[in-house]
Design a protein around this ligand. Structure first.
Ligand code: MG
Length: 157
């Protein structure tokens, strides 16, 4: 059986927080405001994995009301969800992601993020795609007030 899932996330950007995308901390004077470490990309990937198997969403598994997840390292949440997926007998065929962010420009970091995701999910690099866009200075993302990420995954058993 083949199953597909999609995920989306957005976090506000505020001063004094680290900007973490795909488990990589990027140089920036603003970072994600969130209960966890705010890694929007990892959160979108988690929702894509859960969505593919109709297992609910990230909030069902890691409720923001639970202090256990305060400032949580999202890569640990991803590993937890991925092990659930593996237990259900599924493997990832490919993962395709888009990050939408005004600054910093992600060009030089895309490969680093891609490598990190491949490592976290024990995939080959050619199974993982990381794309980056700006929001053309339009809307909250364009004004550098927020960062957004999308993920699509194909899985097989
Ligand atoms: Mg989130």
């Amino acid at each position: 059986m083949i199953r597909t899932g999609q995920g989306w996330d957005l976090h506000r950007l505020i001063e004094g927080r680290p900007l973490i995308l795909g488990g990589i901390t990027l140089p920036s004077n603003k970072g994600e405001d969130a209960h966890s470490d705010g890694d929007v990309l990892i959160h979108a990937i988690i929702d894509a994995l859960l969505g593919a198997l109709a297992l609910g969403d990230i909030g069902d598994h890691f409720p923001p009301s639970d202090n256990q997840w305060k400032d949580a390292d999202s890569t640990i949440l991803l590993k937890q969800v991925y092990s659930l997926v593996r237990k259900k007998g599924y493997a990832i065929s490919n993962l395709d992601c888009t990050i939408i962010l005004e600054k910093p420009k992600l060009g030089e970091y895309k490969e680093k993020i891609r490598n990190k995701l491949a490592e976290l999910l024990e995939l080959n690099r050619d199974q993982v795609s990381v794309k980056a866009k700006s929001s053309e200075k339009v809307g909250p993302v364009g004004r550098n007030e927020a960062v957004e990420a999308l993920a699509a995954v194909l899985m097989y058993d």
